[in-house]
Ligand binder design. Structure first.
Ligand code: NDP
Length: 492
């Protein structure tokens, strides 16, 4: 078997903005630290208001003048498909750039993130020439219709947890719909998206249509949100920042905002599950994938008393399995935590919860990988009070909180969260119960006898309440990048 390990020293980092089809370097304002070894791996320039303005104006000019929005939609689709092919061809380089400063082990970026990215691009390419407006039912002397048009330039602000995939969910549907796009990635994971933008140009995307501006949220992110030429904005991150993004965006005029925000998603396990071990595998993956740094992490287990003991035992056994290894080792299967600050925050929520009465069944603690990486072991807390911080707060780490129930209604009540409504999992073999759960649970997605997304890009994702507005993926994400024009024509 080929060894997929690599050394960070071998990787050339495109440390700059991507503007007009080329890398733009500058003063090294921000230190990029790898969570795999805690070392500074590059300095990154930060885009202030002027550079953000340049990036947006350039995208607007190219969108207007290049013919991207006026060409035959199939021509756009062809460019996007070529882009996806180039992503496949350059998968090793992209995977290394993704792994080097994110929480994604190389085995996962190669097997999952990059193929998923390429397929996502192909998915949106297919919409280019397969949607359109409608002809309205008017009297026969009139012709009424609706047509779709792009906004011009869209803004995209992406988080660090799946840097390439999250960025592509925003930028690709926008481009497919005929827009230009300006992306701000997280300053912790800035490199892979620059390579992605380079590949887009190689595929034939007009230079300057898709620009990447580097920097922190309060400086670069805010400038992008406030820019008057941004016609539509898409953001993934915390609920608190999502609200700030919405406010800042509104200051330069009303515009649609798609927000994919936080979650505290419940997993309900009933006494009629056919196999405790299978469900334990699912629940474990659902709260430990990417070390819990996933918006849809299934972080609250609500389990029927009849299987609670067996299931928690099975989960505790699994908590002893992860091994901390640098993400660039081909054997690494456990993700680091993105930063030491984030690890401290997770451990503080755990200790505050214990102080509030939660009982630790498996200890979430620092793991040593021998070279300074930031790793935490999976933890399980038995919680008796719904006010407990671990039950209320989005931890964004590998921590599961457990509550036991007796009656179905009690489980449904426990599942509701006062703020979040992103996803929920239901594990049962009773179809009647499945139907009741689907209708009762207030969440943007309900998974039944599974937990997590599939490669069915057609299923949109997004939350209720504090978990966001609008959808990523699906036809809905494509359509969100288009505005509707109404036309009414008279014969004479
Ligand atoms: P944030 O929500 O703060 O950041 C997400 C993105 O928004 C980053 O690119 C960030 O830049 C940018 N940003 C921050 N402030 C602003 C602003 N005022 N205007 C515009 N853009 C801004 O998440 P964090 O990275 O700080 O993580 C904190 C918590 O957020 C996590 O613990 C988790 O709970 C949640 N989160 C949820 C995610 C999800 O998938 N739903 C993804 C990531 C985090 P910068 O990196 O410079 O701050």
């Amino acid at each position: 078997m080929t060894d997929i390990s690599f050394s960070p020293a071998e990787v050339q980092l495109p440390s700059g903005h991507f503007l007009g089809g080329r890398l733009v370097t500058g003063a090294e304002d921000i230190a990029v630290i790898s969570p795999g070894n805690g070392e500074v791996i590059a300095g990154l320039p930060e885009a202030g208001e002027n550079l953000v303005d340049e990036a947006v104006r350039l995208a607007a000019k190219v969108q207007q003048e290049s013919g991207w929005s006026t060409c035959a939609p199939r021509d756009r689709a062809r460019v996007l498909r070529r882009w996806a092919d180039l992503v496949d061809q350059h998968r090793v380089g992209l995977a290394r750039l993704e792994t080097i400063c994110s929480t994604r082990p190389i085995a996962e970026t190669l097997a999952w993130d990059i193929p998923f990215l390429a397929e996502g691009i192909r998915f949106f390419a297919e919409y280019c020439d397969k949607t359109g407006g409608e002809v309205a039912a008017t009297s026969s002397d009139l012709l009424g219709m609706t047509i779709h048009e792009p906004y011009g330039v869209t803004g995209a602000i992406a988080p660090w947890n799946f840097p390439l995939v999250m960025a592509s969910w925003k930028v690709v549907p926008a481009l497919a719909a005929g827009n230009g796009s300006v992306l701000k990635p997280s300053e912790m994971t800035p490199f892979s998206v620059v390579r992605l933008a380079e590949l887009a140009c190689e595929a034939g995307l007009p230079a300057g249509l898709f620009n990447v501006v580097q920097g922190t949220g309060p400086v670069t992110g805010e400038a992008l949100c406030r820019h008057p030429l941004i016609g539509k904005l898409s953001f993934t991150g915390s609920t608190r920042t999502g609200i700030a993004v919405m406010k800042a965006a509104a200051e330069s005029g009303p515009k649609p905002v798609t927000l994919e925000l936080g979650g505290k998603s419940p997993q309900l396990v009933f006494g009629d599950i056919p196999s405790v071990e299978d469900v334990a595998d699912r629940i474990f993956r659902a709260f430990t994938g990417n070390a819990g740094q996933v918006c849809v992490t299934g972080s609250r287990l609500i389990v029927h008393r009849s299987v609670a003991g067996q299931l928690t035992e099975a989960l505790i056994r699994r908590c002893a399995r992860p091994r901390a290894m640098a993400p660039w080792s081909g054997k690494a299967a456990w993700s680091p935590i993105i930063s030491a600050t984030q690890a401290d925050r997770i451990l503080k929520i755990v200790s505050d919860s214990q102080a509030a009465g939660a009982e630790s069944l498996a200890n979430c603690a620092r793991m040593d990988n021998g070279n300074g990486g930031v790793f935490l072991s999976p933890g399980i807390l038995s919680v008796s009070d719904t006010d407990c911080p671990a039950w209320q707060e989005e931890i964004f780490g590998p921590v599961l909180s457990v509550r036991v129930f007796d009656e179905e209604d009690e489980a449904f009540t426990l599942a509701q969260h006062p703020v979040y409504g992103l996803a929920a999992g239901v594990h049962t073999s009773n179809m009647g119960r499945v139907m009741r759960a689907i209708r009762t649970l207030k969440a943007g997605t309900v998974w039944v006898n599974r937990y997590g997304r599939s490669s069915d890009f057609v299923i949109p994702t997004g939350g209720y309440g504090g978990s966001g507005i609008g959808k990523d993926l699906g036809r809905q994400a494509f359509e969100a990048n288009l505005r509707l024009k109404s036309v009414l024509m008279a014969a004479g």
